[in-house]
Design a protein around this ligand. Structure first.
Ligand SMILES: [Fe+2]
Length: 418
């Protein structure tokens, strides 16, 4: 068996005869224990998935594990999508894998599970709105390959019209996020208004909820990431889910919410999301460990001061600054979609501008650090490793507005039950 294993790894390191394409990894439930590998079988028939713990290398004495049957398949948007859900993984561990079909063996890929300890920091890249501008979004993807984040939180509007050829282009461009050594950064996705159905997120990314609202845990009890759906009713089952997941994770150190449409857009012609304001915000504000929301959709860039809902004097559009109890709202999406001017600033806006960017977020027990990265110079940014992922690489171009390039979010001392 060992000889066969070495042969397979040697073979796979140098040739790429398998017909798998668009290989991606998603975290959907518990990022220290589970991951899902998804690909398009362009031709041939899947035979087996071979994975092993440890660094990707041509010779391995580690135990090989085989999966002979995929968890599910589907043909959405013309892809022959194959899905393998891996469970009982070890935390903070690299997993290398090859996909074998009857025409050959894929290249060697790997991904890393997250730590299960809240003592370890987490690095995220967060953004959305890639639409169909390949040249720009590829730059963002290249930078993903270099920053070695634990995960990319991709917050909707992958393509312009959700058409099959646009998804082919999107997945082709997403391959630029795979590092030269085969490292894949896992995704956690939400639905945008340019995805025409919930089911496309379920079929292409194995989202574990037909309503596309779900929780993903990171770092043991460090973080509960709540992915919500702006495109469906904010009452009923989604609201019940939100209330229950926030309650269930109230003893976690942090909770973060991500959803596509901003509650208060910083682009004037975008509508205010009153349904989210009425149904999501009161629940967010009930929990002291929820201090950050990630929003997209507007094709601009903003970060707010910590704010709470308010109709008091001095409030604006239903919010007022509250540095002690407030929630920071960041994002507004520009992973390649056409930029729009940030022409609707509020008194509680910290900074805003029309720039191509994504957020780069470090989560530690004692604080969250959020920076905004202008990714267009991705080609000249020095590549980090998983060991150096919390350092600033040479040539990184941070957005540096008047209030500084670093947003620090600290734990709240008292619960803000209203
Ligand atoms: Fe959108």
């Amino acid at each position: 068996m060992k000889i066969i294993v070495v042969f397979i790894l040697l073979f796979s390191a140098h040739f790429s005869f398998g017909k798998e394409k668009f290989v991606r990894v998603v975290f959907n439930r518990i990022a220290s224990e589970e991951a899902t590998v998804i690909w398009h079988q362009a031709s041939g028939d899947f035979q087996r998935f071979i994975y092993t713990e440890g660094e990707p290398k041509t010779e391995s004495t580690n135990k090989m594990m085989l999966v002979n049957k995929v968890s599910s398949t589907n043909n959405a948007r013309g892809f022959k999508t194959h899905i393998i859900r891996l469970t009982k993984l070890k935390p903070n561990t690299k997993y290398s894998f090859n996909i074998v079909d009857n025409e050959g063996i894929s290249r060697l890929y790997y991904f890393s599970t997250c730590s299960d300890s809240p003592e370890d920091r987490i690095s995220f890249i967060a953004g959305g709105d890639s639409r169909d501008r390949s040249a720009i979004r590829r730059k963002a993807n290249v930078l993903v390959s270099k920053l070695k984040a634990h995960a990319v939180l991709f917050n909707g509007d992958f393509t312009g019209l959700d058409l099959p050829h646009q998804w082919v282009e999107w997945f082709t461009d997403w391959e630029f996020s795979i590092a030269s050594d085969g490292r894949i950064t896992p995704l956690v996705v939400t639905r945008g208004n340019h995805e025409h159905s919930n089911s496309i997120l379920v079929k292409l990314f194995d989202v574990p909820s037909i309503g596309v609202f779900y929780s993903t845990e990171f770092g043991g009890n460090l973080l509960n990431l709540v992915s919500l759906n702006s495109e469906i009713l904010k009452i009923g089952v989604q609201k019940i889910f939100l209330a229950s997941t926030l309650k269930k994770h109230e003893d976690f150190i942090w909770q973060i919410a991500q959803y596509h449409r901003p509650i208060r857009s910083h682009v004037k012609h975008k509508k205010e999301m009153e349904t989210q304001y009425r149904n999501f915000v009161p629940l967010f504000e009930k929990y002291k460990n929820l201090r950050l929301c990630l929003e997209n959709d507007s094709h601009t860039c903003k970060v707010t001061w910590p704010i709470v809902s308010s109709k008091e004097e001095g409030s604006s559009e239903g919010f007022i600054r509250d540095d002690e109890k407030g929630i920071v709202y960041a994002g507004e999406g520009c992973w390649g979609a056409p930029l729009r001017a940030a022409d609707d600033l509020k008194p509680w806006t910290r900074d805003a501008a029309a720039v191509n960017q994504f957020n780069w977020i470090f989560i530690a027990k004692d604080k969250i650090e959020l920076r905004t990265v202008l990714y267009e110079n991705a080609d000249v940014v020095m590549e980090l490793t998983e060991e150096t992922r919390f350092s600033m690489p040479e040539n990184i171009n941070l957005w540096n507005p008047s209030n500084g390039n670093l947003v620090e979010i600290f734990q709240q001392k008292s619960r803000n039950i209203k």
